[in-house]
Design a protein around this ligand. Structure first.
Ligand code: SAH
Length: 407
């Protein structure tokens, strides 16, 4: 077993059970990519077992803070079973949807592993050297614990390069592949609240879909109904989750805006799939910022607007430029809100805190000359948990704003 010795004073974050060890904290020691190492303080005290990543800034990711723990296949199966049991406790599958995030990286003690379940199909991302090393036992454990037979890999993510890993996609487990009659396709339809949505685990973003907004879509449907919102603008719609929610809430005119043609085609298909009149829905393949400006120049207004942009700030270092981009779209959206209209605005940037996001949106309202009530603060659905010891895991934050009446 190889040992990594930290510099004096650098043991504190591990003692607080924070799972990352940066390159600069290490005094001596090294190992192969993904190899399990014993991490100790400068004076030799055990701190953690972790996975070594020779090329990443995050040089070690901790597996366990328990010296008695053995990092083997059974360890991964236990962690996976714990994570799945937590989702069972949340009762998502019975209450809300058969699309569930089963493993959410650090929060589930498995840094670098993301697994989503879509019906009977698992879709996984292996994002760190340690997770890559244990990929086969993890695949086996995932099938055993969930009872699913089909596992698709979506390790086509840039962060793998930081770990010195090439991108990879394809079936990792697919028992009936030989028989084309029964072989699964990568296409699935999931249930989400009162609607259904399709996705393709091979072609969709991330593992195929954005499950983290599940509960916020339900809230949106409820508020559209409660506040009688008729016209809805869904910006960065992807495959139209919020658009279908709006229609379910009784909206009569919904515009989905996205720069991805295939995502919009699916959004439009979702309108039909759920029995809504396709005439109520328009799919706009366009840049959101330009579209908002055009609608302003046309003098249009909307009863409800959703802004769910991609990650503008991957890290805090990008926060300033991202802040300008967030402020800009929020300012434009404020201008398009009808009297007592609703703005649902999000940031999924880890580098932008909830507090900073609030300030950005406040600045946008000020510039637009629009005030509103913050009626609710939003976050990711609880199957994308943040833990007590790893607050950095928090990424999605949102606000529901009700424009003040000027009448
Ligand atoms: N709201 C969606 C998820 C949005 S993800 C849901 O509920 O599922 C962000 C989306 O923004 C992606 O679909 C991406 O294609 C789109 N996008 C990124 N940049 C864009 C731009 N400049 N204009 C329009 N869409 C953009």
């Amino acid at each position: 077993m190889k040992t990594i010795t930290l510099r004096e004073g650098k043991e504190r974050s591990l003692q607080r059970r924070h799972p990352w060890i940066f390159q600069g904290s290490i005094a001596k020691g090294g190992a192969d990519s993904g190899e399990t190492v014993r991490v100790q303080s400068h004076d030799g005290q055990f701190l953690a077992w972790g996975a070594f990543s020779p090329s990443s800034q995050i040089r070690v990711r901790a597996w366990s803070f328990d010296e008695a723990e053995r990092i083997d296949a059974a360890f991964f199966e236990r962690r996976i079973a714990q994570a799945v049991a937590m989702r069972e406790r949340l009762a998502i599958a019975t209450l809300a949807s058969d699309g569930v995030r089963l493993i959410h990286g650090e929060a589930d003690g498995l840094p670098g592993l993301v697994v989503d379940r879509y019906g009977d199909l698992l879709s996984a991302q292996f994002l760190s050297a340690g997770i890559e090393r244990w990929r086969e036992p993890i695949a086996e454990a995932l099938l055993r614990v969930t009872g699913c037979q089909h596992l698709y890999e979506r390790s086509d993510v840039n962060v793998r390069e930081l770990e010195g890993l090439a991108q990879r996609t394809g079936w990792l487990r697919r028992p009936d592949a030989a028989d084309p009659q029964t072989a699964p396709t990568t296409e699935v339809t999931i249930r989400e609240h009162a609607w259904r949505l399709s996705l393709d685990v091979a072609e969709g973003h991330k593992t195929g879909y954005y499950l983290d907004q599940r509960d916020n879509r339900k809230l949106f449907a409820d508020l559209v109904r409660q506040w009688n919102a008729r016209s809805v603008l869904n910006c960065y719609s992807y495959t139209g989750g919020f658009s279908v929610a709006a229609l379910a809430g009784g909206a009569t005119e919904v515009i989905s805006v996205d720069s991805s043609g295939p995502a919009l085609a699916r959004a439009h298909a979702h309108v039909r799939l759920n029995g809504f009149d396709p005439a109520l829905h328009t799919a706009l393949d366009a840049d959101v910022n330009a579209t908002l400006r055009r609608f302003i120049s046309e003098g249009r207004t909307f009863d409800a607007i959703v802004l769910d942009p991609p990650k503008f700030a991957p890290t805090a270092a990008h926060a300033e430029r991202a802040a300008r981009a967030y402020k800009d779209i929020n300012r434009l959206a404020f201008k398009l809100l009808s009297d007592q209209g609703m703005l649902l605005t999000f940031s999924c940037s880890g580098g932008v805190s909830a507090d900073l996001f609030h300030k950005i949106v406040a600045g946008a309202g000020l510039d637009a000359g629009v005030d509103g009530y913050i009626v609710k603060r939003l976050e990711a659905a609880p199957d994308h948990p943040t833990t007590v010891t790893f607050p950095e895991g928090e990424y999605l934050k949102g606000l529901v704003i009700l424009r003040k009446s000027e009448r």
